[in-house]
Design a protein around this ligand. Structure first.
Ligand code: SAH
Ligand code: SF4
Ligand code: F3S
Length: 452
C-alpha cells in the first residue's frame, strides 16, 4: 500500500478588503489551498503565500491595493535574502478589473486571479513556481468555480453562504457588473447541501450572500422566498439572514415570509442610495422614493419589530442641495437602525463617471457629515430603545472581562453579559440594561426551573 505523501507545511496569509462576498471567497480560498499544505496565519510576517483579496468599489479601495503591493515587494525581498521564496497573489475585484495592468506594472506579483476563478489557484501557484505560463486567470466561470470547490471547514457559529453572484442591474455608478460578471444563481440542491454541512459542523446562523441576493432564481426553486423556506427546514440552523437585496426584487412573497418564518431575522439591509427621485433615476436604480417607502411600510406591517439598514451615496453627479435634503427627509421618515454612507467616487468605465455636473469635494464632504450625524443619532436611538427588552442572543465567544460572554442580537448588535456557563452556539435570553452607539450590555434571564 502506498502512503500519500503529505505536502510540506506552508504559511498562508490572506488580506480581505470589500464586502462579505470577499470574506466568503477568502474562506473558500483557504479551503482550496489547504490540501496543498497551506495553513492560515494571521500576520503576513514570514508567510510563504500572501493573497490580497481586493475591492474595486471606490477609488480609495483600489489605491490601497497598489500601496499594499509595494509593501509586499519589500517582504518578498527580505525573505529572498534569507533564502526563502514568497508567492504574491492578487485576487478579487481589482484583479478582475485591472489584472492586465497589475501583471504589467508589478513584476513581484506572481499571479492574478479573478473572483470567479480562484478554484484555479493550485494550478496558478504551480505555474508561478515553474515561472512558466500565464499569470492571470480572470474568466467568468461562476458555475465551474462552485462545482470545483472542496468541502467547507467553518469556524464559529455564524457562516456566510454565497448563493448568487454577479449583477445585471447596471447602476450607473457601480463597477460590480464588470468585476463580478452577469448574474448567476447556484442550484438549490448545492446550496442546501452546503447549508446542511454547515449545520452539521455546528453553525447556527447562516447569512445568504449575493450582489442581488433576492433576485435569486436558481434551478430547483421558484425563487428566493422558496429557497429561504427550504433552508429554514434544516435542523440546527436557528437564524437566517441575507444580504444584499435590491428594492425592486422585494416580492410580496418575500415580505410575507418576514412575518411568517421565525428563523428569518427581523433585520434587513436594503440599500436605497438616495431619497431624490431625480438622482435615483440618474443612478438607474429602477424605482423612486415612494416605492422604497412602500416596501418599508409593508415589511413593517408583516413584521412590526423589523429593523432596517441601508446604503447611501452622496454627491452623485447632478445632486443639488434640494436632492440631498430629500435624502435627509427619507432618513427621518424611515428611521434606520444602521447604515453605510459614502461620497460618490467616479469609477473608470461606468456611465456616471462621464456625466455632467460632478459635485465638488467640499459639497460631498459637507453632505456626508450631515447625513452621518443623523444616521448615528438614529443608530444610538435604536440601540437605546432595546433597554428593558429581553432579546435572544446567539452566543459566539467570551467577552474581554473574566466571566463575560459575547453574542449577537436578532438585529446583529454585539451584546455582552456576565455568564460563566454560556456556550458558543447556544441561544440565551438576555435582558438589555445598557446601550452605546455600537453595542449592548445585558443580564441573562434564568428560567424559573433552572434558578430553583
Ligand atoms: N449590490 C448592492 C451593493 C453593492 S456595493 C446594492 O445593489 O446595493 C455596496 C455599496 O457601495 C453600494 O450600495 C453603494 O452605496 C456603494 N457604492 C457603489 N459604487 C460606488 C461608487 N462609485 N461611489 C461611492 N459608493 C459606491
Ligand atoms: Fe452595483 Fe447596482 Fe448591481 Fe448593486 S444592484 S451591485 S449597486 S450595479
Ligand atoms: Fe468590492 Fe467587489 Fe465586493 S468591488 S464591494 S469586493 S463585489
Amino acid at each position: 500500500m502506498s502512503e500519500k505523501k503529505r505536502p510540506e507545511p506552508k504559511r498562508l496569509f490572506i488580506e480581505t478588503y470589500g464586502c462579505q462576498m470577499n470574506v466568503y471567497d477568502s474562506e473558500r480560498m483557504r479551503d482550496v489551498l489547504s490540501p496543498l499544505g497551506y495553513a492560515p496565519v494571521d500576520k503576513p510576517d514570514d508567510a510563504d503565500l500572501v493573497v490580497l483579496n481586493t475591492c474595486h468599489i471606490r477609488e480609495k479601495a483600489t489605491e490601497k491595493v497598489y500601496s499594499e503591493i509595494g509593501r509586499l515587494r519589500a517582504h518578498k525581498e527580505r525573505r529572498a535574502g534569507e533564502g526563502k521564496t514568497t508567492t504574491i497573489a492578487i485576487a478579487g475585484c481589482v484583479a478582475q478589473a485591472e489584472g492586465e495592468e497589475i501583471i504589467a506594472r508589478a513584476p513581484e506579483v506572481d499571479l492574478v486571479v479573478g473572483p470567479q476563478a480562484y478554484h484555479k489557484l493550485p494550478e496558478l501557484i504551480a505555474r508561478a513556481a515553474r515561472k512558466t505560463g500565464e499569470r492571470l486567470a480572470a474568466d467568468f466561470t461562476a458555475q465551474e468555480k462552485f462545482d470545483a470547490l472542496p468541502a467547507r471547514a467553518p469556524d464559529g457559529v455564524s457562516a456566510f453562504l454565497s448563493i448568487q453572484e454577479g449583477c445585471d442591474k447596471f447602476c450607473t455608478f457601480c463597477v460590480v457588473p464588470y468585476t463580478r460578471g452577469a448574474e448567476y444563481s447556484r442550484p438549490v440542491a448545492d446550496i442546501l447541501a452546503e447549508a446542511r454541512a454547515l449545520a452539521d459542523a455546528g453553525v447556527r446562523e447562516i447569512t445568504l450572500l449575493g450582489q442581488n441576493v433576492n433576485a435569486y432564481h436558481g434551478e430547483g426553486s421558484s425563487g428566493f422566498a422558496d429557497l429561504l423556506s427550504a433552508i429554514a427546514e434544516i435542523n440546527g440552523i436557528a437564524r437566517i439572514r441575507y444580504t444584499t437585496s435590491h428594492p425592486v426584487e422585494m416580492t410580496e412573497e418575500l415580505i410575507a415570509l418576514h412575518g411568517a418564518e421565525p428563523k428569518l431575522m427581523p433585520y434587513l439591509h436594503l440599500p436605497v442610495q438616495s431619497g431624490s427621485d431625480r438622482v435615483l433615476k440618474a443612478m438607474n436604480r429602477k424605482h423612486d422614493g415612494a416605492f422604497y417607502r412602500g416596501i418599508i411600510a409593508r415589511l413593517r406591517a408583516a413584521r412590526p419589530d423589523i429593523a432596517l439598514s441601508t446604503d447611501f451615496i452622496v454627491g452623485f453627479p447632478g445632486e443639488r442641495d434640494q436632492d440631498f435634503e430629500e435624502t435627509m427627509a427619507l432618513v427621518r421618515d424611515v428611521r434606520f437602525a444602521s447604515a453605510y454612507s459614502f461620497k460618490y467616487s467616479p469609477r473608470p468605465g461606468t456611465p456616471a463617471a462621464a456625466m455632467m455636473g460632478q459635485v465638488k469635494e467640499e459639497a460631498k464632504a459637507e453632505r456626508l457629515a450631515a447625513l452621518q450625524a443623523l444616521l448615528s443619532e438614529q443608530q444610538r436611538a435604536f440601540n437605546e430603545s432595546q433597554i428593558g427588552r429581553t432579546l435572544d442572543i446567539l452566543v459566539a465567544g467570551r467577552g474581554r472581562r473574566p466571566g463575560q460572554a459575547h453574542g449577537r442580537s436578532p438585529y446583529l448588535q454585539a451584546v455582552h453579559f456576565m455568564d460563566e456557563r454560556a456556550r458558543d452556539g447556544e441561544i440565551v435570553r438576555v435582558k438589555i440594561i445598557g446601550a452605546t452607539q455600537n453595542s449592548l450590555t445585558g443580564e441573562r434571564v434564568v428560567a424559573e426551573t433552572e434558578a430553583a
